[in-house]
Write a protein that binds this ligand. Structure first.
Ligand code: ATP
Length: 232
């Protein structure tokens, strides 16, 4: 049974359909690409997966079960708008988030140290988010998403706003988490990131899944569509 399963989910906002009949499954140890332009429905999908909003139709299953309050520790989320408090000391809020998701203090501290070292960011431990560059804020947001070692990781445009060196660093970490068995739902508007990291993708266009499956098969079957995907 796969950690994450979406079955025909539909979401409407005041008569406007934001997500229209999306089904997909993310395996353990897989990075699944959710590809689409601005407004295609990626963030709405991720917010439904997180249980922040509910689908009007369809269902979402986590290890085969519907959403329940005990799921929080299983999930990690890097929102597009990052979501950390600008004025609170970084180590305080990251440890608080780890505690909130069920980690004991000692484990949380060890995990924080690991991730700060991993991102070459030990110097930020006692700083506030507002003192950091956008790229470094994003790294802290990423640590917030993974500090408790979630089974399911939701990454919304994780690489946007990062310089190439940091994109490479984050890619390496995402691949490492995949090899450890994390199920990762990865949204982006850039095909090259999906090609590099993912085996399966769904392409959303104006709320609808228009292309779905194994990327290698898609490239064989739709060479022209592939060219279209690459066009900015
Ligand atoms: P982006 O990368 O620009 O965030 P996206 O693919 O994540 O794009 P969504 O944010 O999911 O797209 O938006 C899908 C559609 O739903 C858009 O037409 C958007 O305007 C609409 N929408 C999203 N949130 C709301 C809301 N709270 N109320 C009304 N409409 C919304």
């Amino acid at each position: 049974m796969n950690p994450l399963q979406l079955n025909g989910i539909v979401k409407q906002y005041a008569g406007h359909t934001a997500v229209d009949g999306l089904s997909l499954e993310v395996e353990a140890g897989e990075i699944y690409g959710l590809l689409g332009a601005n407004g295609a429905g990626k963030t709405t999908t991720m917010r439904m997966v997180l249980g922040l909003i509910y689908p009007d139709e369809g269902s979402i299953l986590y290890n085969g079960k519907p959403y329940h309050s005990g799921l929080q520790p299983l999930m990690g989320y890097l929102p597009e708008e990052r979501g950390l408090y600008p004025k609170v000391k970084i180590s305080d809020q990251l440890l608080y988030l780890a505690n909130l998701r069920g980690m004991k203090n000692a484990d949380a501290k060890q995990s924080l140290r690991y991730w700060l070292e991993r991102f070459d960011a030990m110097e930020y431990e006692n700083k506030r988010i507002e003192e950091l560059s956008k790229g470094n804020q994003q790294k802290m947001g990423f640590i917030a998403a993974v500090i408790h070692r979630p089974q399911i990781l939701i990454l919304d445009e994780a690489f946007s706003g990062l310089d190439p060196v940091n994109v490479e660093m984050l890619k390496e970490v995402v691949l490492e988490l995949r090899s450890e068995g994390t199920a990762i739902l990865f949204s982006t508007h850039r095909m090259e990131h999906v090609e590099e990291l993912c085996r399966h993708l769904t392409m959303l266009r104006r709320s609808k899944p228009v292309l779905q499956g194994d990327i290698r098969e898609i490239k064989k079957s739709y060479p022209r569509e592939h060219v279209l995907l690459r066009t900015p």
